[in-house]
Design a protein around this ligand. Structure first.
Ligand code: ADP
Ligand code: MG
Length: 355
């Protein structure tokens, strides 16, 4: 009886699991991925679908103005001044691009009296110039402004920002962003791990598709509002996928919360970093791939400890029950097996070399 009690007390699960999780979180932190809790690490280890936002996530999010296309009767300066007044208080990367362009041409936009930013759509401002609406084609349509389609410049994945003043369309500002250097390789690595990669963007479908093609992503959808991104994630979950959402913007926050794991770029908006379960401090997508590997390795270690404990305890109990194991030997098995599982878990601890 004493042998049974002693040998059954060995628990590699209780001893090894917290250590494996702690080690994996530490290792991920070394990689630059802050995981906000063990439960997210576990969820991350099961993820089979990764959904990416485009602007600021797969691209650098430091777009530049590549072309100004004022409508007949308006000047480039007029177009830029109106846009800059509206974008002055927006934290969207597009706004920064427009403001930098205005600054480089020494345009001093007036401060707006009223300002409103609609995530995933555009901005609205009221000021000394009048009422400015800047954003996507559908955003302008909502304000009753119809703009004729303008041809994109020869820049793959360029985004159009349409600008209107007092209900009149002034023209289009073309903005282009470059994909992150490591994005293509990271997407290939994810595919090799058997992960389904999807791009969901608020940007126009043409630009979403061309960035997807450039990065080797098969599934891409554009013109999505924050709510639409969230719905897509919910649909994926319903179809049985285990989804993580990677984003950087206010427009990604609802989708990040909906997903099993929300992952934010370190450079993302405050709301995005707050809504996320994992924050990629260095914005490096290869580190995201490495973090997924760490999570999967952690899961393997915990499972090894689990099955190992069951086997050792099962055999030990059997032997002890039939009087084939004396208490001394039972104690020895208890201590060694636990030690083995603890040592197995220490493999997850960050080593000095990758510190
Ligand atoms: P993504 O999903 O690719 O990160 P967003 O959802 O942030 O893109 O933006 C989607 C679209 O909404 C942009 O392509 C742009 O047309 C419009 N938009 C959003 N914010 C702004 C802004 N501050 N100024 C102008 N246009 C904007
Ligand atoms: Mg974004």
């Amino acid at each position: 009886t004493i042998s049974v009690v002693i040998v059954a007390g060995a628990c590699g699960i209780a001893a090894g699991t917290p250590l494996a999780i702690l080690g994996a979180i530490g290792r991920a932190a070394h990689l630059g991925a802050i995981i906000k809790g063990g439960i997210y690490l576990e969820a991350l280890s099961r993820v089979d679908t990764l959904v990416f936002d485009k602007t600021g996530t797969l691209t650098l999010g430091r777009p530049v103005v590549v072309a100004l296309a004022p409508e007949a009767g308006h000047s480039e300066a007029e177009l830029l001044t109106a846009a800059a007044m509206a974008e002055g208080r927006s934290e969207h990367p597009i706004a920064q691009a427009i403001l930098r362009c205005a600054q480089s041409r020494t345009i001093q936009p007036p401060d707006p009296d009223r300002f409103q930013s609609v995530p995933g759509r555009g901005v609205f401002a009221l000021g000394s110039l009048g009422q400015v609406v800047a954003g996507s084609r559908s955003f302008l349509l909502e304000h009753g402004i119809e703009a004729s389609p303008s041809g994109p410049p020869d820049q793959p994945g360029a985004t159009e920002v349409l600008v209107a003043l007092d209900g009149n369309w002034l023209g289009t500002i073309w903005i282009a962003d470059t994909p992150r250097a490591e994005a293509r390789a990271a997407m290939a690595a994810l595919r090799a791990m058997g992960i389904r990669v999807i791009l969901l963007s608020g940007d126009n479908p043409g630009s979403a598709r061309s960035i997807a093609t450039l990065l080797g992503i098969a599934e891409a959808e554009g013109a999505l509002l924050p709510k639409d991104k969230q719905t897509r994630i919910a649909d994926l979950k319903r179809s049985g996928a285990r989804v993580a959402m990677v984003g950087d913007g206010v427009n990604d926050a609802p989708a990040m919360v909906e997903a099993e794991v929300g992952i934010s770029m370190g450079s993302g908006a405050d709301v995005a970093r707050e809504a996320a379960d994992v924050v990629l401090i260095g914005n490096d997508l290869t580190k995201l791939v490495d973090t997924l590997r760490v999570a999967r390795q952690m899961r393997r270690v915990v499972l090894q400890n689990f099955t190992g404990t069951l086997v050792v305890d099962g055999i030990g109990l059997g032997l002890a029950a039939f009087g084939l194991l004396n208490p001394m030997l039972a104690a020895f098995i208890h201590v060694t097996s636990e030690l083995v599982f603890i040592v197995n878990s220490t493999r997850m601890l960050p080593s000095r070399s990758n510190a």
